[in-house]
Design a protein around this ligand. Structure first.
Ligand code: ARE
Ligand code: CA
Length: 586
């Protein structure tokens, strides 16, 4: 056993309560080194003679270097001490506690989880665990009210190719009009990119956080939208752009006008006075010198209070169900802790999703966000299904890593996206190969976490990155890919009717780096679903062990085929890029 590779710490994703009396513990070891792992625990005040209790830790995942073991240990008194007992493949036994990895139990010491405070159990919204989210870019979804169209609005056609300064006239009435479509699609929440007053088409440069942009409608239109969406069981999530304001924002206008004498000068990061926007801004902005987006000083008490008041206002006034946080990783942690308190006090079931493209573990401890837009997921899916840069074993390893950096409560509600308003459309990344795209969609809709669907993907829309990925939605049924739409509807409905797919555990079942076959199992209670993917342009045959499935037959929910189980195995053949969704047949 490689001793140096054995790792645990009594915090983060390695030890965390999932209920007030249960602690999830995780241990990492070199891949293939351990034969068995279990953990002993007792009340931390128990004496040496105390019997305590044992929990077996299962191997839950592997990546290229490590195996991960997990156990759920009881904490009857909430005060826990524990020590791991390991057996390596050569039969040697080890103890791991806070003083070391030792042959003798007493040398190893014990780890302590001093007290599980019920208020410190990371809770993510229940509804989000069964959710499928649909992302709407309001300027481009549907024009329901021509009277509010911006001047110079361009024609809403399938061959429209937006520029940065294009407008098409999409609005909130348009979304209300299309709620039946979304309900039929089967989604459970809408995430809207910004809708507050702003001069741009994307509205990330907020001029007034208290006003719906008149191009999108009025307060009453938005309230009606929320009401109508709720009536159909659809939640509404808004974009919180708090890293920066727009340059038209009253406080920044005041600074431009009064310079050093402005009472708002400390709301921003100003290098020198007078403040200038041209030729280069002498203040911090979003990204590199985006003069229209001055960065806010979120650690300033007045700024913090101003922004939190906006949060209170929209939540209490309109009943929205959560927030997606723009450039979340560049705003200070304390701001987000305060933000979470405000949000959850108003509505404990409100969802908080950060926009972070990388490892977001520092924001997902339980005191800040519930979830993030899972761009790590997107990267791996893109490189496995669309470009073929990585093989099945690398793909599986990357997925494992991206799960193992987080606690389960966050993993369950992670927003798994194929694309967004900031990226190329996934179908375009697939060189418009529908077979590849469909396989990736199957994966997205059967993976652990919340699928996030970017408007229009479901009807086959294409487009390069921003601004081309923001084309007006195709509503002309002759131009929509109806088969693809039916496929999305079917997968969403299967997912929403299956606890295994929405909330179940995830285990790699089979992978073959040479053939591109990748299979996994989702399990919840007695329900098991297996997914087999042939990510290659050749026919593949594969034999799979199904001992844990139970019945004599399995059914492929996609094609309806019955598959016979023979001595706890099935033998399946897959066409190029075919996927199978195997469920227990009744
Ligand atoms: C416009 C042009 C761009 C141009 C840019 C700069 O479209 O081509 O490069 O201006 O002048 C909004 C608009 C954009 C607009 C931008 C600036 O939607 O159209 O771009 O404002 O005016 C990073 C951030 C991440 C951010 C992305 C875009 O970390 O937070 O960049 N995403 C949010 C929103 C955007 C929004 C803003 C932020 C600003 O979702 O829509 O842009 O409010 C790597 C990095 C990531 C990086 C990512 C993408 O992976 O690690 O950190 O994300 O690439 O660049
Ligand atoms: Ca309009």
């Amino acid at each position: 056993m490689m001793k140096e590779a054995v790792y645990h710490r009594p915090g983060g994703p390695f030890a965390y309560p999932v209920t007030p009396r249960q602690l999830r513990v995780r241990l990492r070891a070199k891949k293939g080194d351990l034969d068995a792992c279990r953990v002993w625990c007792a009340d931390r005040y128990a004496g040496d003679k105390e019997e305590g209790s044992w929990t077996v830790c299962q191997k839950v995942a592997s990546d290229q270097l490590f195996d991960y073991f997990e156990g759920l240990i009881p904490g009857e008194t909430r005060r826990i001490k524990y020590v791991f007992h390991l057996r390596d493949v050569s039969g040697e036994e080890w103890w791991l506690g806070e003083t070391g990895l030792e042959k003798e139990r007493k040398e190893a010491g014990v780890f302590q989880y001093a007290y599980i405070h019920p208020t410190e159990v990371f809770m993510t919204p229940e509804w989000a665990k069964d959710g499928v989210v649909y992302q709407i870019f309001p300027e481009r979804f549907h024009n329901g009210d021509k009277s509010n169209d911006p001047r110079g609005a361009e024609p809403w056609t399938a061959d429209a190719r937006p520029r940065h300064d294009s407008f098409y006239g999409g609005d909130l009435q348009g979304v209300i009009d299309r709620l039946p479509y979304l309900e039929q699609l089967g989604i459970s929440a809408i995430y809207f990119t910004p809708i507050f007053l702003s001069p741009s088409h994307h509205k990330y440069d907020t001029a007034d956080y208290y006003q719906i942009d008149p191009q999108f409608g009025e307060m009453s239109t938005f309230k009606e939208l929320v009401r109508e969406a709720h009536r159909r069981g659809i939640k509404v999530i808004l974009d919180a752009v708090f890293n920066h304001s727009g340059d038209q924002f009253f406080a920044f206008q005041d600074v431009l006008k009064y310079g050093e004498r402005s009472r708002y000068k400390d709301w921003f990061h100003i290098d020198s006075f007078p403040v200038v926007q041209e030729p280069e801004p002498n203040y911090e902005t979003f990204a590199n010198q985006v003069a229209t987006m001055p960065k806010l000083r979120t650690e300033h008490p007045e700024v913090r209070e101003y922004l939190l008041q906006i949060v209170r206002f929209w939540m209490t006034e309109t009943g929205i169900d959560g927030w997606r946080l723009d450039v979340a990783n560049e705003v200070d942690h304390q701001f987000w802790r305060d933000f979470r308190k405000v949000v959850k006090e108003i509505n404990p079931e409100a969802l908080i999703v950060g926009e972070i493209w990388h490892d977001a573990s520092a924001w997902l401890e339980g005191d800040q966000f519930d979830s993030v837009m899972n761009y790590l997921f997107r990267e791996s899916v893109l490189r496995f299904f669309a470009t073929g840069e990585i093989d099945a074993s690398r793909f599986d390893a990357e997925l494992t890593r991206a799960r193992m950096i987080y606690k389960e409560q966050a993993v369950q509600v992670m927003w798994n996206l194929l694309d967004s308003h900031d990226t190329e459309r996934f179908l375009t990344s697939c060189d418009e190969s529908l077979e590849k795209f469909r396989l990736a969609v199957l994966f997205q809709l059967t993976y652990v976490g919340t699928p996030l669907i970017y408007y229009g993907d479901e009807v086959g829309m294409t487009g390069k990155t921003d601004p081309d990925c923001r084309r007006p939605m195709i509503w002309d049924e002759k131009l929509q890919n109806k088969q693809l739409l039916a496929y999305y509807r079917r997968l969403i409905s299967i997912r929403r009717n299956s606890k295994a797919l929405s909330r179940g555990s995830y285990r790699t079942w089979h992978l073959d780096p040479n053939t591109g076959v990748y299979a996994y199992v989702r399990q919840y209670g007695r329900e098991t679903v297996g997914v087999v993917l042939n990510n290659s342009n050749e026919k593949r045959a594969v034999r799979l062990d199904v001992a844990w499935f139970g019945p004599e037959y399995l059914v492929d929910a996609l094609r309806g085929d019955l598959i016979q189980v023979n001595q706890s195995q099935i033998h399946v053949e897959l066409a190029p890029y075919q996927g199978m969704l195997l469920m227990q047949s009744i």
